[in-house]
Design a protein around this ligand. Sequence first.
Ligand SMILES: NC(=O)C1=CN([C@@H]2O[C@H](COP(=O)(O)OP(=O)(O)OC[C@H]3O[C@@H](n4cnc5c(N)ncnc54)[C@H](OP(=O)(O)O)[C@@H]3O)[C@@H](O)[C@H]2O)C=CC1
Ligand SMILES: CC(C)(CO)C(=O)C(=O)O
Length: 303
Amino acid sequence: MCRIAIIGMGALGVMYAQRFTETLGSAQVAVLADGERIKRYEKDGFFCNGKACEFTYRTPEQLKEAPELLIFAVKYRGLAAAIETVRDCVGENTLILSLLNGISSEEMLIEAFGEEKVVYCVAQKMDAQKSGNQARYVNMGELAVGELHGGMTPRVRRVREILDQAQIPCVLPEDMEQLMWSKLLCNTGVNQTTMIFEGCYEMVQRPGKERDLMIEAMKEVIAVARARGINLTERDMEEWMAVLDQLDPKGETSMRQDGRHRRKTEVELFSGTIRRLGREMGIATPVNDQYYRKIKEMEAEWS
Ligand SMILES: NC(=O)C1=CN([C@@H]2O[C@H](COP(=O)(O)OP(=O)(O)OC[C@H]3O[C@@H](n4cnc5c(N)ncnc54)[C@H](OP(=O)(O)O)[C@@H]3O)[C@@H](O)[C@H]2O)C=CC1
Ligand SMILES: CC(C)(CO)C(=O)C(=O)O
């Protein structure tokens, strides 16, 4: 029986599928996708930090029992389709984690599968990248899991046990809502800045206009969050800057990888969200307005 199922074989999907497979064994871990993708996966395979991955690939019809843990590792633009692909794989005891950035994916998953299935999750502090069928990372980071407003529940304990068994670093923060906003602050700054100025982490690790703009974009997230009653402060920003300063200087944010491959980005999750909520609360977000327009222009040039 496959206890773990993962959909989305990008940078994070391959990294986690590899760790689950190596620790729990390939019989317990299924990489899920539609038939066309599975054919491609079987033909090309995947490599993680140079090592060939021995994944078990399954279409939803081939999965004999509902998994204990179902992990979404697609990007935002692929989430609706991924939900449809796995809709019938979710069973009574299945718990769901979303590795997606932003504050919207859990809402979509709750709408599709019910509140009782979705445990809140933030994937943080990693520098995973993928090009073709080759994924690589220097820092694996960690998964923060928990209930939206804190508290230890049996399902959070269960997710933690599974992640511990798989030797996947996991933390249990007190307040997931605060952490999700805090991570949004990080992505709104670093992902968009490296996307627009087409750089690796080193671009924002050194002093300069890119780092300054990143900070301004982050400060706008703090203002919007605070207006909504979320206790985000400059201290959160400083903590994220310290994390970013430790990442592989030659690594790229997930958004910059989209930019380099000329793919549509997750801009709606970042400046798209902040400027919309800012407008609702009467908070100006000039840097995010400028970032949003620029990223949309870049995307339009590719299509
Ligand atoms: N990379 C990182 O370090 C981090 C990323 N994140 C977040 O995690 C999420 C995933 O990021 P990342 O791994 O970088 O993204 P990638 O773009 O590397 O991977 C996304 C994968 O999803 C697959 N996919 C899309 N639609 C479907 C579908 N319907 N069914 C199956 N597979 C599908 C794509 O495959 P195909 O080519 O077949 O369409 C692609 O391989 C994003 O929200 C990102 O913001 C969070 C923390 C860190
Ligand atoms: C924090 C960061 C930049 C790397 O983990 C990320 O979340 C991303 O690349 O999307």
